[in-house]
Design a protein around this ligand. Structure first.
Ligand code: KE4
Length: 430
């Protein structure tokens, strides 16, 4: 593969954009090398500026669930563009997507649209704190809820339950209110609640984690969180930015039959345009300004072009639920194919998948939390990533990410991927 023009563009980009990218994971820091620049995409294929074609397994980190340049979305956006792009005044399309989302997702009666998953999650935390009049929150090591200060917290060395900033610029004052537990470890949650009686406003979790690779909740774990939140009058927030409208039309709540108090969305809900959202019952959502006194706002929130794209996608997912079965089947095919090839090798591995999310870890496993996901052999991962890229397969450029399948992927694409995978495995261990 020739990446000449991408390399030139990346050199230019680094002079004018920090790290040459507008989001760090795109810079290939975790796998080394130079990121490719995309010219266009269609269906399951990406085409870079050097004319290379790649089968896409990140789908823009989730949004492109029906594939790229999906005609119904493009047509809806083109039609809407003629009416103008932004008004800062209510539009009917906001009503339409709001009522559609509410009809699809369990336990929500009102929804507020914002412009990113980060904004959705940070607003959900403020809402929970305002509603419960408590200040602390629990998050889980390895879960990512966007780059708001409250979330960029990792367990300090020794202070295993009190957070310490994971990024400069996050103050100790903020960090002290974020408590950390281990994914799939309900005892770590019980311990924290005992130490912080009546202080915890919310537990926020990715119900199926996708930011330490894909990690599936153990049987009873989410149910345990539901119970402990009820006992302590703490709100359970499902961060469904990844899982929402991907695992099922009702997301993880529907798929896993566990009810959250507040749900956040991003990615798919915007159909490829910048949209986030958070939703809950009338009782909780009515505390938000201008109805209530918990403030949250945004110039481009509910942007009609983005609403149009999101509404189009949600409509299709709402009416054609075969799509979720198709995505699941394709993911199972990829999982089984990779597993059988790896079983013939002497490479330590663990593959996690759920719905149309999947990740490969170069460690024996089981990979059930951040610590076990950190045991993966990153040298193997780097080689795997670049060999697959050179074979025309675009995977997430980090072992701490999930793949996101899109329904434009054909079984031929998956066969092609598995054939490439077979030859790549032979090169990894050398
Ligand atoms: P955004 O602000 O990036 O729209 O959403 C933040 C967010 C919130 N919650 C979950 C569960 C998420 O996965 C994300 C963002 N996901 C990453 C991928 N791991 C986006 C890719 C990126 O940061 O460039």
């Amino acid at each position: 593969m020739n990446y000449r023009r991408s390399s030139l563009l990346f050199e230019d980009a680094k002079k004018i954009i920090p790290g040459g990218v507008n989001s760090p994971v795109r810079a290939f820091k975790s796998v080394g090398g130079t990121p490719i620049f995309i010219d266009r995409a269609k269906g399951s294929y990406l085409y870079d500026v050097d004319g290379n074609r790649f089968i896409d397994y990140i789908s823009s980190w989730g949004p492109m669930i029906l594939g790229h340049a999906y005609k119904p979305v493009l047509d809806a956006v083109k039609k809407r563009l003629k009416k103008g792009t932004s008004f800062g005044i209510p539009t009917e399309i906001e009503n339409k997507i709001a009522s559609l989302a509410i009809s699809m997702v369990p336990n929500i009666e009102k929804i507020r649209f914002v412009n990113s998953g980060t904004e959705a999650c940070m607003s959900a935390i403020r809402l929970a704190r305002g509603f419960t009049k408590k200040e602390k929150i629990i998050k889980f090591k390895g879960c990512y809820h966007g780059h708001a200060d409250s979330f960029l917290i990792q367990a300090g060395s020794g202070a295993i339950t009190f957070g310490s900033p994971d990024s400069p610029g996050v103050t100790q004052g903020t960090a002290k209110d974020t408590l950390l537990c281990d994914f799939n470890d309900i005892d770590s949650v019980i311990k924290i609640f005992k130490k912080n009686k009546n202080k915890i406003a919310a537990v926020i979790i990715e119900p199926v984690a996708g930011n330490m690779g894909c990690i599936v909740p153990k049987f009873g774990f989410l149910e345990g969180l539901r119970e402990i939140c009820d006992q302590n009058k703490t709100l359970l927030i499902f961060d469904e930015v990844m899982t929402g409208f991907r695992l099922a039309k009702g997301g993880a709540q529907e798929r896993l039959s566990v009810n959250a108090d507040i749900v956040t969305f991003g990615k798919v809900i915007g159909g490829g345009l910048p949209v986030g959202a958070f939703a809950s019952t009338n009782e909780i959502m009515n505390k938000l300004a201008p109805e209530g006194d918990i403030y949250q706002a945004g110039t481009l929130s509910g942007n009609p072009i983005a609403m149009e794209a999101g509404y189009t996608i949600l409509n299709i997912l709402n009416t054609d639920t075969e799509i979720f079965k198709s995505l699941d089947e394709k993911t199972k095919k990829l999982h089984a194919g990779m597993e059988s090839l790896l079983n013939k090798s002497n490479i330590p591995f663990s593959i996690n998948s759920f719905g149309s999310m999947i990740s490969l870890h170069f460690t024996e496993g089981p990979v059930v939390d951040f610590n076990s996901s950190s045991l993966g052999n990153n040298n193997y991962f780097k080689k795997y990533f670049h060999e697959m890229l050179n074979a025309g397969i675009y995977l997430p450029p980090s072992a701490f990410e999930s793949y996101f399948l899109n329904d434009a992927l054909s079984y031929q694409d998956i066969e092609f991927t598995l054939n490439a995978f077979e030859s790549v495995l032979k090169k990894i261990v050398i």
